[in-house]
Design a binder for this molecule. Structure first.
Ligand code: BDP
Length: 712
């Protein structure tokens, strides 16, 4: 009997060890082999000064971590604590004298952790902050350090976020579909709210807090004014109350025509007094429900959304009206610069710049202009948006897309930190050399105090949140870069792997390399050498270089690649649309010259003949074909690498990722074959050696159209 139960126990333990659905994200708290005395002691004797719901969360987190790390229950020890977590104001400063100025400079979200030795009695690790939320961030930081088996450096850890508002943007609709969402439905169950608070809301807040995200925009930028009605504000309040102890504020998208749709007004003209008053009253109402409501995000005059243009007004007229409404309550307005129209007869690349640059300095103090990383639309690679170097008098925030609308949706592994990093590091030259985009985002370049970053979320009801297990890393990476836009993609990848999977270097190193190369791999098999927007129509999944015609030229592929027998690429130099003229002279010179432009941007800015010789001495067509082939080979290699990791992590996640990687390898070939067949009609050149011939003819690929692709 005893033997049987022991066997059962072993069976249970082994199936537990080999199954992991990924729900716990990077908060696995897996067992630490050979923990140090310090690690164990801190958990056996910790003390939290004060009481609040946030401090309770800290206590719970330490318990969870202790059980996971050491299979031990952690204990509060008020007499002889080895880990003291305290607001500075609650710390016994006689025992632990700290530099008050230094602590003040942590601000409201920073933390300080140091091993402190003031004689035998007072040896302890101290974590201090000015607020409970600072302590929560400190706790997650410390627990992550422990999980990674890292020691606290002698000088301590002194951290505070470099941007003020670090937000997820959910493109979630009230019916729970998610625009460009590939991981199930929206996690906001509006129908059950406000009476049912799902555990997932709490887990969501916890995950975000653990990487420093402090705001969430609950609703789609293609907005529904219904969310501003009392019925929905009740629901929004329930979410805000749930998130508050985790330091997360709630924001909503404001549909510009709301005064008409839910206010009974005849106009939404921003200069109309009644409309202005309506928004002021609406803001007052929202703040009654949610006193710390963050503010509004607005998509106006873009892709059919209403906006100030409907009334012949400017983007400033619209933004400032909303800003005035939320200002008395400390709210902000994030006004999107993603404004373009098929009726404007100019390169789509140029339109936002042309519209916003003249408005520099004309926005209210609580407005920040939200700019996508590139001028077109979240492509696998885009040059940075020229607005980042053009509006010194206006706070600008970065909008990254975490969900992979144009990078293979949920099944294609693409670690996005290198892409984010690439843009943040670019020099705009707006204030001379050294004007990196990151310095605009953290406000340091033009001394702005209102700073922010937004990431379009990739989260849904899938058990592992993000579809592909590795796409959790993109949520994680986004949070880390919003906290510190100067962070290195490499460190982020390594941390994520260690926290999520394993500390085994034989796993960490090859997988880190795979992750760091993955975005470039996707560029190779989708849009090498500066190609862009050649995805299938509407759902953007799979290749569609043949997409042409229809209601809008700027939603077709032929508009962007301009392929003909003469060559390929969009001429954005002075001989073409001159979008290049929107960048600094230094860049105009470098990028304007076909021989000095980095090849990764070549076809973005130049129309290039097929036989043009690139730096490696080979012609454009051969280079293009080889990029496609390389991408396919890398995707196949990843399958092998991942297979060789069998047994190093739990089977469940291993199998899940493996099947996705096989899809990716297959579809990389789909991309290569379709694009090379299509472009080959124009180049009329044979495939170079080493590039596999396509499996089917072009017709086959044109006719292949996957049905019911999610996320539209
Ligand atoms: C594009 C998407 C579209 C979004 C739009 C936006 O295709 O679904 O609504 O961006 O950012 O990438 O407003």
């Amino acid at each position: 009997m005893k033997i049987l139960s022991l066997n059962l126990l072993l069976l249970f333990l082994s199936s537990y060890a080999f199954s992991n659905d990924g729900y716990k994200l990077w908060l696995q708290y897996h067992t630490i082999e050979n923990p140090s005395d310090w690690q164990k002691e801190s958990f056996e004797h910790f003390k939290i000064n004060g009481s609040s719901s946030t401090l309770d969360i800290i206590g719970d987190e330490i318990q969870k971590a202790s059980l996971g790390f050491f299979q031990k229950v952690a204990n509060q020890d008020t007499n002889n604590p080895k880990l003291i977590i305290s607001k500075f104001s609650d710390l016994d400063q006689q025992k632990f004298p700290l530099d008050a100025n230094k602590i003040t400079s942590l601000g409201s979200e920073g933390f300080f952790i140091q091993d402190f030795d003031a004689g035998n009695q007072n040896k302890a690790t101290i974590m201090v902050a000015n607020t409970d939320i600072g302590l929560l961030y400190g706790t997650y930081h410390l627990l992550q350090k422990i999980q990674k088996n890292e020691a606290i450096p002698a000088e301590g850890i002194f951290q505070s976020p470099k941007t003020q508002h670090r937000l997820l943007n959910h493109w979630d609709n009230l019916d729970r579909t998610v625009e460009r969402g590939y991981s199930g439905f929206s996690i906001w169950n509006w129908h059950r709210l406000p009476r049912h608070i799902d555990q997932q809301y709490i887990d969501y807040a916890r995950a975000n807090a653990s990487i420093g995200i402090n705001g969430t925009v609950l609703t789609n930028v293609n907005a529904n004014s219904l969310v501003l009605t009392p019925e929905y504000l009740e629901k929004v309040k329930a979410l805000a109350d749930t998130f508050r102890p985790y330091g997360i504020k709630v924001y909503l998208t404001a549909r510009f025509s709301s005064p008409i749709e839910i206010g009974g007004k005849v106009t939404a003209d921003p200069l109309d007094q009644e409309v202005q008053d309506w928004w002021k009253e609406k803001a007052k109402e929202v703040y009654k429900y949610i006193p710390d409501f963050g503010g509004f995000v607005v998509k106006a005059d873009s892709e059919g959304q209403p906006g100030p243009h409907n009334y012949g007004r400017t983007q400033t007229d619209g933004a400032n009206m909303l800003a005035d409404a939320v200002a008395p309550f400390g709210g902000i307005v994030m006004w999107r610069a993603f404004v373009y129209s098929e009726k404007t007869p100019d390169d789509r690349h140029k339109q936002a710049f042309n519209e916003f640059k003249p408005l520099d300095g004309k926005f209210r103090k609580n407005v920040i202009v939200q700019v996508k990383n590139g001028a077109i639309d979240f492509q696998p690679r885009e040059p940075f948006h020229p607005l980042f170097g053009a509006m010194p008098k206006t706070p600008l925030m970065m909008e990254f897309q975490i969900t992979q609308e144009y990078l293979g949706h949920d099944t294609h592994l693409a670690f996005l930190a290198p892409m984010y990093e690439e843009v943040l590091k670019e020099d705009t030259y707006v204030s001379g050399k050294g004007s990196e985009v990151a310095k605009t985002i953290d406000g340091s370049l033009h001394s702005h105090t209102l700073t922010a970053m937004a990431g379009v979320a990739n989260i849904g009801t899938d058990r592992n949140w993000t579809g592909h297990h590795f796409h959790q890393a993109n949520w994680f990476a986004y949070g880390r870069l919003a906290w510190d836009p100067y962070e290195k993609a490499e460190n982020i990848a390594e941390d994520w792997i260690r926290l999520t999977f394993s500390n085994d270097d034989d796993f960490v190193n090859p997988i880190k390399e795979m992750m760091l190369n993955s975005r470039e791999m996707v560029v190779n098999y989708m849009t090498p050498l500066g190609l862009h927007h050649i995805m299938a129509r509407s759902h953007h999944y799979g290749p569609g270089p043949w997409v042409t015609g229809g209601s809008r030229a700027d939603w077709t592929s032929t508009y962007y690649h301009q392929a003909s027998e003469e060559g390929i690429g969009f001429d954005r130099t002075a001989t073409g649309s001159n979008a290049l003229g929107q960048y600094a002279m230094e860049l105009q010179k470098k990028w304007g010259d076909i021989n000095s432009i980095p090849e990764e941007h070549l076809l973005w800015f130049h129309h290039v003949s097929w036989d043009h010789q690139l730096k490696n001495g080979d012609n454009l067509w051969n280079n293009l074909a080889k990029h496609y082939q390389k991408g396919v080979e890398e995707a196949r290699k990843n399958v092998k690498t991942w297979e060789s990791m069998n047994g190093k992590i739990d089977d469940e996640r291993h199998q899940h990722v493996l099947s996705f990687m096989k899809i990716q390898a297959e579809e990389a070939a789909w991309w290569r074959d379709a694009c090379l067949l299509y472009f080959g009609q124009f180049s009329k050149m044979p495939l170079p050696e080493g590039v596999e011939p396509p499996k089917h003819d072009l017709e086959h690929y044109i006719n292949y159209n996957p049905k019911n692709v999610p996320g539209i």
